[in-house]
Each structure stands twice: as structure tokens, then as C-alpha cells.
Write a protein that binds this ligand. Structure first.
Ligand code: SF4
Length: 75
């Protein structure tokens, strides 16, 4: 089973909304910043978000690609 860790650096987020538009299951806008959704499909360990579902992994990779300031990372 593939598992990825998703990191979104909010200090660097410019609030463009591209991640929410591309991957609404994973990201939501709150005021001027995007946040990883507190979805039951995301396994949280401390502040780290882990995803195992194939469709969400695809969504996370697309969000990485569309973020104009590259503040979304996957490991
Ligand atoms: S795409 Fe990047 S800069 Fe734009 S809202 Fe999402 S995290 Fe922030």
C-alpha cells in the first residue's frame, strides 16, 4: 500500500485557491489561507497528514503541480 505525507506550508500560502479548486477533497480555504481538510480520509499524526487512498494521492499530486508558490509538498 502506498502512503504519502502531505505538507502544506501555510506561511508561504498566498491564498490563490488553486489547491481547493483542483483537490476539494483535500484542501479548503479558511479566510486567506488554504488548509488541509480535517477529512476522515486523512490520517493525522501530530501535524502530519498521511494519505493512502489512490484517488486522494492523485489529488495531492495535482495540488502540488498547481500551487504557484510550491508550498505543498509530498513525501
Ligand atoms: S495553491 Fe498554494 S498558494 Fe494557492 S491556496 Fe493552495 S496552498 Fe495556497
Amino acid at each position: 500500500m502506498t502512503k504519502i505525507k502531505v505538507i502544506q506550508v501555510q506561511d508561504e500560502c498566498i491564498g490563490c485557491g488553486a489547491c481547493e479548486s483542483t483537490s476539494p477533497k483535500l484542501f479548503e480555504m479558511r479566510e486567506t489561507k488554504a488548509h488541509l481538510k480535517n477529512s476522515h480520509k486523512i490520517k493525522w499524526k501530530g501535524k502530519d497528514a498521511f494519505i493512502t487512498e489512490t484517488d486522494l494521492i492523485t489529488d495531492a499530486k495535482e495540488a502540488v503541480d498547481v500551487c504557484p508558490v510550491t508550498c505543498i509538498h509530498i513525501e
